[in-house]
Design a protein around this ligand. Structure first.
Ligand SMILES: Cc1cc2nc3c(=O)[nH]c(=O)nc-3n(C[C@H](O)[C@H](O)[C@H](O)COP(=O)(O)OP(=O)(O)OC[C@H]3O[C@@H](n4cnc5c(N)ncnc54)[C@H](O)[C@@H]3O)c2cc1C
Length: 437
């Protein structure tokens, strides 16, 4: 057992909110009609709103929390556009051409986010840092080699392996059995990214109404009525962008999304020599565990932001914080006893087929199911939902607009099975870690 961390003054709010607190919205004179009503003011909802407003549509966005205070300002800021399936997994599931096409859409979505940040001048610490994924076992390392060859064969990504004896050039740890570098992946400060999209949308004329939970969406002959405790609005179209925060207002979606909590810790500012040794290249980091950790340096390169599954067996923030700290110290023993400045958590939204979805059901447009990778996917599919409404069929096209969106018998949005699933995968991880090589 490592020595306890220093948690004096630990804040239970995202580190990201220090430089980018949630924007304030205006509750006066909420319009009674609009072309489009959007539920959810995260990346997906705000990107849809920006796109629609620039195409001349009147848009009102509602959020039950402060705008962005769902997953979009709580995440790790890793801009991967990855899916739960590797390239070989996609090819195995969908065949060569379709599998490649889906993988290519991830590349396009990532480039589109980068272009958005550059074109709009969004100041969010975005850097093409590259990503290092650590192998938990030599078999994982060998599998990474096959996957890297496949990615380089079909896409010009320059993926490469780093053997264990060179690992310290990437990461100051002996914990992994080598790893893989994806130079095409970067990182951003997510709350600053959200704030940038939010500001551009408001400048384009979008009206955002925060801390206002939509309690019903009623479809009329050619419109929708969205209601909240104190009022209602009639809109020509409706987009639901609630992902891991989906509630009973959309029971159809609730039966299709599993809200999985994830938590992060931030260390205090570290000695510069120490952080240079631990993260010499400032990469985004992942690993091959099923119940994996994801981590990175803060954009100013002074702290480590370290995340992982929160699990579903307790609501105790401190217990989860200590669990993450133990994982951190297992990887970087030099951090034993480090001071933690922040810990926070939020919901990711998973679909049963592990894919994002852009779906129209009963006239409502849904952009959702980002499975923990929404920094890239949510703005991408939010924009495409808007393009569908605008009627720009060519640019609205996505591999995720035609996928079946499965549910499970008797599932109504209460993921009672999560502790068992997480327990099973944790056991598999421990067995994999304990295997001889
Ligand atoms: C801790 C954590 C770490 C993560 N790390 C990464 C990462 O490093 N990289 C990555 O790519 N992804 C990551 N993710 C996932 C990513 O944050 C999400 O996929 C993404 O933010 C989803 O954006 P969104 O706009 O779809 O939904 P959200 O930003 O979650 O917004 C949904 C909003 O809908 C609102 N809402 C719900 N119901 C209603 C209602 N009835 N009325 C009004 N409003 C409603 C909620 O209040 C919420 O604000 C992480 C997520 C978490 C929680």
């Amino acid at each position: 057992m490592p020595k306890a961390p220093n948690v004096e003054g630990l804040k239970l709010t995202p580190y990201w909110w220090e430089s980018a607190p949630s924007p304030e919205s205006d509750h006066s004179d909420i319009p009674v009609t609009a072309d489009v009503g959007i539920v959810g003011a995260g990346f997906a909802g705000m990107m849809a709103a920006l796109t629609l407003a620039r195409a001349g549509r009147s848009v009102v966005v509602f959020d039950a929390l402060k705008a962005g205070a769902g997953g979009s300002s709580r995440n790790g800021g890793i801009c991967s556009g990855n899916l739960k399936f590797s390239l070989s997994g996609l090819i195995g599931k969908f065949g060569l051409e379709k599998g490649k096409d889906i993988f290519q859409e991830g590349i396009n979505a990532r480039s589109s986010l980068r272009k958005l940040i550059e074109d709009e001048g969004i100041d969010c610490g975005f850097k093409m840092t590259g990503r290092f994924d650590g192998a938990m076992h030599v078999n994982d390392y060998e599998q990474m080699g096959r996957e890297s060859d496949l990615m380089n064969k079909h896409f010009d990504l320059g993926v490469y392996l780093v053997p264990r004896d060179k690992q310290h050039e990437e990461l100051g740890t002996d914990f992994y059995k080598g790893g893989q570098v994806r130079p095409d992946i970067g990182g951003a400060q997510p709350a600053e990214l959200h704030r940038g999209i939010y500001q551009r949308a408001v400048e384009a004329g979008v009206r955002v109404v925060d801390e206002t939970e939509i309690t019903s969406i009623v479809k009329g002959n050619s419109d929708f009525t969205l209601s909240w405790a104190k009022g209602s609005i009639v809109t020509g179209h409706c987009i639901v962008a609630t992902n891991g925060y989906t509630d009973k207002v959309t029971s159809w979606l609730r039966r299709r999304i599993v809200a999985v909590p994830s938590q992060l810790i931030a260390t205090d500012e570290l000695d510069q020599g120490l952080i240079n040794r631990l993260m010499p290249k400032g990469r985004m980091i992942g690993e091959t565990r099923n119940i994996f950790n994801y981590y990175r340096p803060s954009p100013d390169g002074k702290r480590i932001i370290f995340g992982g599954r929160r699990g579903a067996d307790t609501d105790d923030d401190m217990q989860k914080c200590l669990h993450l700290y133990h994982n951190l110290v297992e990887i970087f023993p030099e951090l034993e006893g480090v001071r933690l400045s922040h810990t926070w958590w939020g919901y990711t939204g998973h679909s049963f087929n592990y894919l994002p979805h852009l779906t129209v059901h009963d006239g409502i447009h849904y952009a959702t199911g980002f499975c923990g990778s929404g920094v890239v996917w949510a703005p991408w599919l939010g924009k495409k939902a808007a393009l569908m409404i605008i009627g720009d069929k060519e640019n609205a096209r996505s591999n995720f607009d035609e996928m079946p969106f499965p549910t499970r018998p008797f599932y109504n949005g209460n993921p009672w099975f999560l502790p068992a699933v997480i327990g099973w995968y944790s056991l598999k991880d421990r067995m994999n870690q304990g295997r001889k090589h």
